[in-house]
Design a protein around this ligand. Structure first.
Ligand code: DAT
Length: 174
């Protein structure tokens, strides 16, 4: 069944600006943000906490069940660092945010990440793990890589999404 509004996935290494960008997209377009990290915590969609990695162990089945109905309606901006767990059919556009090492490091340090997590994320970003995973998991033509180093970058990214959404609506007669 065709959606009335498209769903957008905003993914990328932690600290690349997913949550901030998704909030701005939601404000500008009226789409509804789903912050998956928050959802996992608030609805306990995990199997416990791994202190060593400072992360929750995701219960993927529970998470997908929880999200299915929300996504079915369309009009969602889903914000998560992992992109390969979702069904391909859920998304019409996949944005992969990218950041250079210095700003990424500064943002994570400010957030109080431990050295191990910081190193891992920097490495993940340099190796473009999320970008490659997104390209393997979704049709390449819907995967868009966006630089997210500055506020200007963020504003132009949001602008681009707004234009994309307008075009989608026209194309789908909405
Ligand atoms: P994520 O959701 O990817 O972990 P975030 O949106 O929480 O990232 O952003 C982390 C911090 O970095 C937050 O204080 C906002 C800042 N930030 C993110 N993207 C930025 C950008 N393009 N320019 C300047 N600051 C940015």
């Amino acid at each position: 069944m065709e959606r009335n509004l498209p769903n957008i996935l905003v993914t990328g290494t932690p600290g690349t600006g997913k949550t901030t960008t998704s909030e701005m997209i939601a404000n500008v377009t009226g789409l509804e943000q789903i912050n998956v990290g928050d959802l996992v915590k608030s609805k306990q969609l995990h199997e416990g906490y791994l202190a060593e990695f400072d992360t929750h162990i995701l219960d993927e089945d529970k998470l997908l069940d929880e999200m299915e109905d929300m996504v079915k309606e369309g009009g969602k901006v889903v914000d998560f660092h992992t992109c390969e767990i979702f069904p391909e059919r859920w998304f019409d556009l996949v944005l992969v945010l990218r950041a250079d090492t210095q700003p990424l490091y500064d943002r994570m340090e400010k957030r109080g990440y431990n050295q191990r997590k910081l190193q891992e994320n920097i490495e993940c970003e340099i190796m473009q793990v999320v970008l490659e995973t997104a390209r393997e998991s979704y049709a390449p033509e819907i995967v868009i890589e966006l630089q997210s180093n500055t506020i200007d970058d963020m504003e132009s990214n949001v602008d681009r999404v707004k234009q994309w959404l307008d075009a989608w609506k026209t194309q789908h007669g909405k």
